[in-house]
Design a protein around this ligand. Structure first.
Ligand SMILES: Nc1ncnc2c1ncn2[C@@H]1O[C@H](COP(=O)(O)OP(=O)(O)OP(=O)(O)O)[C@@H](O)[C@H]1O
Ligand SMILES: [Mg+2]
Length: 276
């Protein structure tokens, strides 16, 4: 599903990713582990062109992923992103947040006015059902707990009908019980819907528990690729050269939402997004 060949990313003279090559199969749940600054987010951001690769190529479902207008529209439709800080719109209802996952597949005019056809509303409710939040559909999203907001993030990603979900430390701000719950929903998305999931994590325990495969990144290079049960002390030393207790990862900034670009025109609008 994802083929990365010789991906390099430079920021000025600094090389954040060195010649990274990686294949991820359809429906696979891959965990990326690495110390703070290793290049995990940069790798995910290059896949959906939130960061423009400096060299190499990325294919999603066989198609070359490009940073031009048409390429971006396609990648933003096929690839959903989940962030550490949820990126929900606080004053919108839970349902409307999930519906924003549909914007990339909507006609330009409807997308502009944020009007949604009935079938999209029904599908959004179904996505909320999958993360057990159907009962919260009509409340304002800023009344939810962190774990619930992240489940809204997952429901929004599911509503997009993506081929791939990229999750950048989706549980970094959550307690262990809630983290496992959130990761289970992501696992279900890959198992039940065949969605390919690439998930950046800091916690080795969760990588062991949820990853079908683990990729270790250090200094912008892949230093390990294997099954979770192959994460030996020696391997962890390679992934975390400064030790697992190393510096606490900095708080990520409240990242900008990757707003999908609208595409074609069809059905009748039923619901507008504005909230009192
Ligand atoms: N926009 C940018 N401009 C310059 N340097 C950057 C930029 N984004 C990332 N970097 C650098 O690239 C390297 C990799 O950063 P990245 O955010 O990918 O690390 P990470 O593995 O996700 O770390 P963390 O676990 O802290 O989130 C770091 O040294 C970082 O400072
Ligand atoms: Mg990061």
């Amino acid at each position: 599903m994802i083929e990365i060949r010789n991906l390099t990313k430079r920021y000025g003279d600094f090389v954040a990713l060195h010649d990274v090559s990686l294949s991820v199969a359809k429906g696979e749940f891959v965990v990326i582990l690495g110390a703070s600054g290793a290049g995990k987010s940069t790798l995910l951001r290059c896949i959906n062109h939130l960061a423009e690769p400096s060299g190499g190529e990325i294919r999603v479902d066989g198609e070359l992923s490009r940073g031009d207008r048409a390429g971006l529209r396609k990648v933003r439709r096929d690839v959903a992103m989940i962030f550490q800080h949820y990126n929900v719109v606080p004053r919108l209802s839970v349902l409307k947040n999930v519906l924003t996952g549909r914007l990339g597949s909507m006609p330009a005019l409807m997308s502009w006015f944020q009007l949604f056809p009935r079938e999209d509303i029904d599908a959004a409710r179904e996505c909320l059902h999958r993360v057990e939040l159907e009962h919260k559909a009509d409340v304002r999203t800023d009344t939810l707990s962190g774990g619930q907001k992240q489940r809204v993030g997952i429901a929004r990603a599911l509503a997009q009908h993506p081929k791939v979900i990229l999750a950048d430390e989706p549980v970094a701000s959550l307690d262990p019980k809630t983290s496992r719950k959130v990761l289970r929903y992501l696992q279900q998305a890959s198992r039940d819907s065949g969605i390919t999931v690439i998930c950046n994590l800091h916690q080795v325990d969760y990588a062991r528990e949820f990853g079908q495969r683990v990729i270790g990144v250090a200094g912008g290079r892949i230093v390990f690729e294997g099954r979770p049960d192959e994460l030996t002390d020696e391997v962890l030393q390679r992934i975390y050269p400064g030790g697992l207790e190393g510096p606490t990862p900095p708080e990520a900034p409240a990242a900008s939402v990757a707003v999908p670009t609208p595409v074609a025109a069809h059905a009748a609008p039923q619901l507008a997004l504005e909230q009192p």
